[in-house]
Design a protein around this ligand. Structure first.
Ligand code: NAD
Ligand code: DAU
Length: 347
């Protein structure tokens, strides 16, 4: 199997590449990444495997995507490239429209063009629980049948991409599925998201900004469990075990309030509780997410394996030890170096 991962230098993408290389029968993994602020080529620098190739470039570049599909005779695309941060989407929507919607459109059109030449490329669209909106305190977790009700620009852009995928399945009979997952945590997450941000701030004696009352709930899943879910779904699609157009939810049955997580981080880093600061709430802040993943368990044989207490403490320890990673990911010079190194590969 020859795989194209989009956004492989990001948080979840690098774990998908790593775990994908462990699957017997995977002949090659091409990673197409534009190295935006959250993408970091160094996330995969330790991969010493001739089956792995990094291509610097954008999913919005139809010619480049089509060339990769053709040159590497790609069998399946795992599509993770995105603008992924809700706060940024509130401040500036345009990059979310361009990458999440139009970038997905370009990939789908490239897959369609390949199909018209007799080359079938399967497509796994990696989406989010945020497309379902927000739950009340007593609501049942989201299922795959929950109507889409996105409530912030990021979620709306992901829902639009999901709908585009379904429209290409319906109109052009592409082989495509969508996976939707709850909040991921683990190593190599850009420190704008709750867990790495709070951990690094606690370790560096900086304030920990808690939006509103901090009682918002997310269903936290370890990134390795999510990566394995995506790969299980890919294999099932590839061998024809599941139908085109299907949707799979991934979650961990692990609902936690933000404030509880922050207190735990403070305690595990021996930081002072006075570092916590309640700040203005995120506008339109979703109160609660929880993902029902019965379908993924039943059909794909997938379930989350990593226990929250262990996963969280290992994650905190990872950020404590890997200071070079933090320095490097936040350094503009590093980005410039990568652009100079790989710039000639992009159009
Ligand atoms: P991330 O921001 O860490 O990584 C995104 C990656 O995409 C980066 O490497 C970036 O350089 C790349 N990228 C952005 N625009 C690109 C473009 N035009 N062309 C090529 N590459 C581009 O995001 P993440 O947290 O790893 O999320 C990956 C995917 O998973 C996203 O689609 C996101 O919506 C989805 N998701 C994330 C979570 C989560 O908790 N982080 C949960 C559910 C779903
Ligand atoms: O649910 C899946 C989604 O999870 C993914 O689709 C997104 O890509 C990913 O970014 C994440 O979105 P969230 O908005 O839930 O994640 P974030 O880490 O930004 O925030 C988690 C919670 O913590 C949320 O309730 C907001 C709160 N928060 C966040 C930050 C960054 C704070 O209270 N303070 C903060 O500084």
């Amino acid at each position: 199997m020859r795989i194209l991962v989009t956004g492989g230098c990001g948080f979840i993408g690098n774990h998908v590449v790593r775990n994908g290389l462990l699957i017997p029968g995977v002949e090659s993994i091409i990673n197409l990444d534009a190295l935006t602020y959250s993408g970091h080529a160094e996330n995969l620098n330790d991969i010493d495997d001739e089956r792995y190739t990094f291509v610097y470039g954008s999913i919005n570049d139809f010619d480049l995507v089509s060339k990769i599909l053709n040159d590497h005779q790609i069998d399946v695309i795992l599509h993770l490239a995105a603008e992924s941060h809700v706060d940024r989407s509130i401040n500036s929507v345009q990059p979310f429209i361009e990458t999440n919607i139009d970038g997905t459109r370009v990939l789908l059109e490239s897959v369609l063009a390949s199909k018209q030449k007799g080359h079938i490329v399967h497509f796994v669209n990696v989406s989010t629980d945020e497309v379902y909106g927000s739950l009340g305190p007593d609501d049942e977790p989201f299922t795959e049948d929950t109507p889409l009700n996105p409530k912030n620009p990021y979620a709306a852009s992901k829902a639009a991409a999901d709908m585009l995928v379904q429209s290409f399945v319906n109109t052009h009979e592409l082989s495509a599925i969508t996976t939707r997952c709850s909040n991921n945590y683990g190593p190599r997450q850009f420190p704008e998201k709750l867990i790495p941000l709070m951990t690094l701030n606690a370790l560096n004696d900086k304030m920990l900004p808690i939006y509103g009352d901090g009682k918002q709930i997310r269903d936290w899943i370890h990134v390795d469990d999510h990566a394995n879910g995506i790969l299980c779904a890919m294999l099932a699609l590839f061998v024809g075990k599941i139908e085109t157009g299907e949707v799979f939810n991934f979650g961990a049955n692990n609902e936690q309030q933000n404030i509880t997580i922050v207190r735990s981080i403070l305690s595990q880093t021996n930081a002072n509780e006075s570092l916590m600061e309640h700040v203005n709430d995120r506008p339109g802040h979703d109160r609660r997410y929880a993902m029902g993943y019965e379908k993924a368990s039943r059909v794909l044989g997938w379930k989350p394996e990593i226990d929250w207490a262990t996963g969280l403490s290992e994650t905190i320890e990872w950020y404590r030890i890997n200071t070079a990673w933090t320095d490097s990911i936040t350094s503009g010079q590093y980005k410039e170096y990568i652009r100079t190194q790989y710039g000639h590969l992009a159009k």
